[in-house]
Design a protein around this ligand. Sequence first.
Ligand SMILES: Cc1cc2nc3c(=O)[nH]c(=O)nc-3n(C[C@H](O)[C@H](O)[C@H](O)COP(=O)(O)O)c2cc1C
Length: 194
Amino acid sequence: MARTSDSPLVNSVFVERWSPRAFSDAPVGDDQLAALFEAARWAPSWMNNQPWLFLYETDGPDRADFEAIISDFNKPWSVAAPVIGLIASRPGLEGFMARTAEFDTGAAMMSFTHQATMLGLHVHLMGGIELDLAYDKTGLDRDETNILCAFALGHMGDPTALPEKLQAKETASDRMPVSSFAFKGLNADPRPAS
Ligand SMILES: Cc1cc2nc3c(=O)[nH]c(=O)nc-3n(C[C@H](O)[C@H](O)[C@H](O)COP(=O)(O)O)c2cc1C
């Protein structure tokens, strides 16, 4: 489906961003990667603690380990992406601000993702990872670090190259209306049961 905005003022980047599974093997340039991390760098965080941590690989020596961390559910499509990464928060660095470490890290990931859209790239997040293996392979400390997600990054590829049952899903999804989640005043209507 083609996405439409209910507000004429919203920037097109917000509706143009979506999460495809078909990636081409066209590489992501170092300058593009630098722009994405620069966008993440400027995200807000409580007391400017900047608790995010990105680990990524392209075609370097750690590629096979990154692919191994992806769950079998996500592996069939995501290993085609030229960049695979992990995103973690570092609540251990934050003291009392640990409460919002994931919130801040999400903001950085969204900045990264929107910058990707602006460069004609796509990001697909994957909560489906082998978490124990991710800690094992990265050596990150579970008490200091919260591995949240993996991501695939690259240029959109040919959807007909996907396994058949994924081809049907290869379309940008819709959203609930703003009226279902934004309320003026202190009283929110409960979210309707779906
Ligand atoms: C925290 C998080 C985890 C996700 N995990 C997966 C995943 O494991 N596999 C997958 O195919 N998509 C995953 N997604 C992508 C969502 O399914 C997708 O963002 C959502 O359906 C909305 O679609 P859109 O991004 O195309 O707008 C994840 C997204 C988020 C934010």
